[in-house]
Design a protein around this ligand. Structure first.
Ligand code: SF4
Length: 463
């Protein structure tokens, strides 16, 4: 049995020390963050302890600058694909809990194919497969078939190019097998790092085992999965505690495997049918607090992708894009079968109700009309830039050169295959602007060459 890497008492001490000492060097912490060195938990606690709106603004500005230094202005798009909703757990905040009584189901291979086709037709290239914990009806064999099915579907020249998964924790051996399925990132959220709250919101089922879940990413890495995504469900417990716990999690992975999390997700509790708690979260997080959470994580772990889902309203999402978010979902359905079947009701069968209901095209338009560059890139995973290799590019801020070129190419492909007249026009203007930002050299020349190839019908071009 591994020694717990998380010391809750130490996190609480760090938080109370930073609250008691407002003279601590706020500007020094911001300066360090701007140098892309990341922040210690003590330094992050200094930022979390501030309540002055002017200081908050400084944190937001710094986060924006760090995100641009690492990833440039691209925003990567993905969509979740829910494979099932039957679950042996009973988490009090979720619409899939076994005692909640919503319509629960498990998709057949045919239904997974239909869902994938619908998502491909929407322009997606990167999916996150989400499975509820139901070992009898949804085991490893079934997951393998699901991943194979998704990769096998094509529509014209389009296919899904990267499958990430969000599924229950496994043993090291099972993770080793999962790696062979050809997945990108393994994602799992601790929900809350506070052990007492964890027990109270997970009354039954295998998910009650806090420690098994806490060390899942360590086992995943031992099993050879080198891109992992961590997260917490904000609203269950004090957000400052959760942010510092996410940093402790990061540091433990870095210490043991030399690679921190590939992504960090920041979901807030959303309304779910049958869940009283989802209506009244015990530690409700305000919009401004969510902005601080995103920004401080961006400053503390500059190389991690920060993921935002459609749980949030469109206007807030647009604001958060400026504060360090680097990956976003669009037009998500949190109901198995929700993309391809009009009979599936979100109200009666969703894990939670989404807030941003815009179509993928509307999200793309909003992104490209602001100062961001939409991206359907899946290049790193496909050229082997994962784990430590990825971090070698990301930490000094070099990955953004690939990100910009791949954003230009994947966005152009989207415009040609799925865009309307408006996005084709505004998109071309954006691509011209993005090309101008590229340094003169081989990468720019090759990008221009590949853009011309896209016009001549070639697809799937990347660096
Ligand atoms: Fe992501 Fe790599 Fe593509 Fe950048 S180049 S968007 S890091 S896959």
């Amino acid at each position: 049995m591994k020694r717990l890497f998380l010391d809750e008492a130490k996190i609480n001490q760090t938080l109370s020390k930073s609250k008691d000492a407002l003279s601590l060097d706020f500007d020094g912490v911001i300066k360090k963050a701007l140098s892309l060195k990341g922040l210690s938990t003590e330094e992050a606690a200094i930022l979390l302890g501030r309540s002055d709106p002017e200081e908050h603004e400084k944190i937001f500005q710094a986060a924006k600058s760090v995100k641009e230094s690492i990833y440039g202005n691209r925003l990567v798009l993905f969509a979740p694909l829910y494979l099932n909703s039957r679950c042996v757990n009973d988490c009090t905040y979720c619409g899939f809990g076994k005692s909640i009584g919503n319509d629960l189901r498990t998709l057949s291979s045919e239904e997974i194919k239909n869902e994938t086709e619908a998502l491909i037709r929407d322009g997606h290239k990167r999916l996150l497969l989400v499975a509820a914990e139901d070992p009898k009806n949804f085991d490893m064999d079934r997951l393998e078939r699901a991943v194979d099915t998704v990769y096998s579907v094509s529509s014209g020249q389009s296919k899904i190019r990267r499958v990430n998964v969000n599924i229950a924790p496994m043993s090291t051996e099972e993770f080793r097998r999962l790696k062979t399925f050809g997945i990108g990132t393994y994602q799992l959220f601790q929900e809350t790092y506070n052990r007492e709250m964890y027990s109270s919101v997970h009354p039954s089922g295998p998910k009650r085992d806090y420690v098994w879940r806490l060390h899942a990413m360590h086992r995943a890495m031992e099993g050879g999965i080198d891109d992992v995504g961590i997260g917490a469900l904000f609203g269950l417990y004090d957000y400052s505690f959760e942010v510092l716990a996410l940093l402790e999690h990061t540091k433990s992975l870095e210490k043991e495997f030399k690679v921190g999390p590939h992504t960090i997700s920041v979901p807030r509790i959303e309304q779910a049918k049958g869940s009283e708690m989802s209506l009244y979260p015990p530690y409700k997080v305000t919009d401004n607090e969510l902005k601080l959470i995103v920004s401080i994580l961006r400053l503390a772990v500059p190389s991690a992708g920060i993921i935002l889902s459609t749980r949030e309203r469109a206007e807030l999402r647009d604001e958060l894009f400026h504060l360090g978010v680097s990956q976003v979902s669009a037009a998500s359905k949190t109901t198995p079968g929700g993309y391809s079947s009009s009979k599936v009701s979100e109200e009666n069968s969703a894990q939670f109700i989404t807030s941003d209901k815009r179509s993928t095209l509307e999200v793309i338009k909003s992104i490209s009309n602001s100062e961001f560059s939409p991206s359907f890139c899946t290049a790193c995973y496909r050229v082997g830039r994962t784990g430590e290799v990825f971090m070698r590019h990301a930490k000094p801020g070099n990955i953004k050169h690939f990100c910009r070129a791949n954003s230009i190419l994947s966005f152009k492909e989207y415009m040609l295959d799925y865009g309307d007249t408006e996005i084709r026009r505004t998109g071309l203007e954006l691509i011209t602007k993005e090309l101008k930002k590229m340094e003169e050299g081989l990468l720019k020349l090759e990008t221009e060459k590949k853009l011309a190839e896209l016009d001549h019908g070639k697809r799937n071009l990347f660096f």
